[in-house]
Ligand binder design. Structure first.
Ligand code: TEU
Length: 557
């Protein structure tokens, strides 16, 4: 396996509007991020993925870009961005930008031109269909509710949008669009950007007449051209957001020859509690299914592609509220357990802001507390068509809304969690008095220091980066146990996902006396051949000389 830098890296995701506000307008900004570079360096991360900061009317919090080559004044200026890239570099941190290439804002210059007439040179930058008012080209729906077609009376045409009406889809069939995009990316690369996260990139090769959005017929052709014309000219890390990726596709996206991306974000583990009403329910993820999915990705990609590892991002509720336990007795313990479980796997881990503090979902009370277009539209859709009553939908929103991830970063226990001196754009989670960075940085047993240690272990031991993964006890509904193996060394990772005490017997052939406890989430933990795991207990044991005989399936030391 080639030793690309990003295989050893840990990435931290920042949602800029919620990270740190430096100018008191209630919205986080680039200078706020610069203020916190010491914090990020202390955590030990190698790169920051910034959710979009380009110019945008903010209909979808920046995922609707109106100028790819400028910074939105809410966040600062191009000069601030250049300073961030430079100063982050001085802290050993690369900046990964978010490229939203499936669609632009309807306020992008290209779309404003495109709307002027059918023979405007920019018209064909977007996806249009002739039609009649009220008679839609087909019944495709947009991800944020409503039809995927919007009528433009001046042209007697509909344009296609997979997301909001303010996010018209770009027409990737048009070579001129692709060329402009490549040029823009190279411009950012020249500014010293270390990589890119590619928003819904598996939806660019759409074929609306065939009702195809994801995984379109020309998808990999487009991605290879994109990669060749841009990323391959530098040393970028690239991660594609691919809701439709299975392990077979991931092997194309993340092929070791570098012809597409470094890796992709897959969503199989995030979708395990989805269902007929999309994500709107209050189901819990089943551990046996979770283990099966994550293990499939670990095993099938080994040597053939590269995994990204994540529990949280700006589109997901907090994993601690989903799979862990947020009661005061177990919050930190279960946050650490989740961290161990993910960070000892093969792949590049992504830490979402606040995850390293054990931040939780927020106690939103009213619909007016929400800011997210998806959540608000879903409320109207499901309540107005009678599918759910108000209380049920509010319960689902509280559990699953994207806004759970978007409440401000909790820096300290002063007003607004130290996030802003102004009025925050979205409520601050009132638990900031207990959960905040200042407290955790001062406390050696905090979640923050636990993440710091896990990140350090990855840096110090190749087995964490490259070790071969194997799942043990696949059917156990409460324990997640796996091993990693590398050059005669072995790790045993044991996680109790339940609040029950659980007996755990060391796998045959592994001698507890030879186990070195690398890290655990309870004080006074100790290896024993037959042991009792406490609620949410998790441990990583290292064996210097243990080997598995693959052929016989036995372990010997
Ligand atoms: O997300 C892609 C996407 O499909 C989401 O809308 C997803 O369905 C939803 O978040 C699940 O709750 C990306 C961005 O990450 C997201 O923030 C944007 O809203 C979206 O693309 C449009 O650009």
């Amino acid at each position: 396996m080639a030793a690309e830098w990003w295989k050893k890296a840990v990435v931290y995701q920042i949602y800029p509007r919620s990270f740190k506000d430096s100018d008191g307008d209630g919205i986080g900004d680039l200078n706020g991020i610069i203020e916190k570079l010491d914090y990020l360096e202390e955590l030990g991360i190698d790169a920051v993925w910034l959710s979009p900061v380009c110019k945008s009317p903010q209909d979808d919090n920046g995922y609707d870009i109106s100028d790819y080559q400028d910074i939105d004044p809410l966040f600062g200026s191009l000069l601030d961005m250049e300073r961030l890239i430079k100063e982050a570099g001085e802290h050993g941190i690369k900046i990964i930008m978010d490229l939203v290439l499936n669609h632009t804002s309807d306020e992008h210059r290209w779309f404003l031109e495109a709307k002027k007439s059918k023979d405007n040179p920019y018209h064909d930058y977007y996806v249009w269909r002739d039609g009649e008012e009220g008679v839609l080209p087909n019944d495709m729906r947009a991800c944020f509710g409503g039809p995927a077609w919007e009528w433009v009376p001046e042209l007697s045409q509909y344009y296609f949008h997979q997301f909001s009406v303010k996010q018209p889809d770009l027409n990737w069939e048009n070579e001129a669009v692709r060329r402009e995009i490549y040029e823009m990316i190279r411009w950012w690369m020249d500014k010293g950007v270390g990589g890119f996260r590619l928003d819904v990139i598996d939806q660019i090769a759409k074929e609306p007449d065939l009702k195809i959005t994801g995984n379109g017929p020309r998808l990999h052709e487009f991605i290879r051209e994109l990669s060749r014309e841009t990323f391959q000219k530098g040393d970028c890390v690239t991660v594609g957001e691919c809701w439709g990726a299975d392990t077979e596709r991931a092997k194309l996206y993340s092929a070791p020859d570098g012809s597409e991306f470094s890796m992709v974000f897959q969503f199989e583990h995030m979708d395990l509690d989805g269902g007929e009403t999309f994500k709107w329910n209050d189901r819990r993820i089943d551990l046996v299914e979770l283990k099966a999915v994550l293990s499939k990705w670990q095993v099938e990609l080994e040597g053939k592609a590269w995994n990204s590892l994540y529990w949280c991002n700006h589109d997901q509720p907090r994993m601690l509220s989903r799979l862990g336990n947020t009661s005061s007795s177990y919050r930190e313990t279960s946050a650490k357990m989740l961290a161990i479980c993910l960070h000892m796997m093969q792949g590049t881990p992504y830490v979402y802001q606040g995850e390293e503090l054990g931040m939780t979902n927020a106690p939103f009370e009213k619909l007016e507390d929400f800011r997210d277009i998806e959540s608000i539209n879903a409320y109207h859709q499901y309540v107005e068509n009678g599918r759910f009553d108000h209380d049920t939908m509010m319960r689902y929103l509280r559990y699953k809304s994207r806004d759970n991830a978007r409440t401000p970063m909790q820096w300290d226990d002063t007003e607004n969690a130290g996030f802003t001196k102004g009025i925050p754009w979205i409520m601050v989670n009132p638990n900031y008095r207990e959960i905040n960075a200042a407290d955790q940085m001062a406390r050696p047993d905090s979640v923050f220091h636990f993440y710091q240690k896990l990140i350090r272990l990855r840096k110090e031991h190749e087995i964490v980066v490259y070790g071969h993964y194997e799942l043990l006890m696949p059917d156990d509904p409460e324990l997640y146990v796996y091993t990693r193996e590398w050059n005669g060394e072995m790790l045993l990772v044991v996680c109790n996902f339940s609040d029950n005490e659980r007996r755990f017997v060391f796998p045959e052939g592994l001698d507890a006396k030879k186990a070195e406890l690398w890290i655990g989430n309870y004080p006074e933990a100790q290896a024993a051949d037959d042991m009792v795991l406490r609620a949410y207990e998790a441990m990583v044991f290292y064996f210097g000389t243990q080997m598995r005989n693959r052929a016989e399936g036995t372990i010997y030391g």
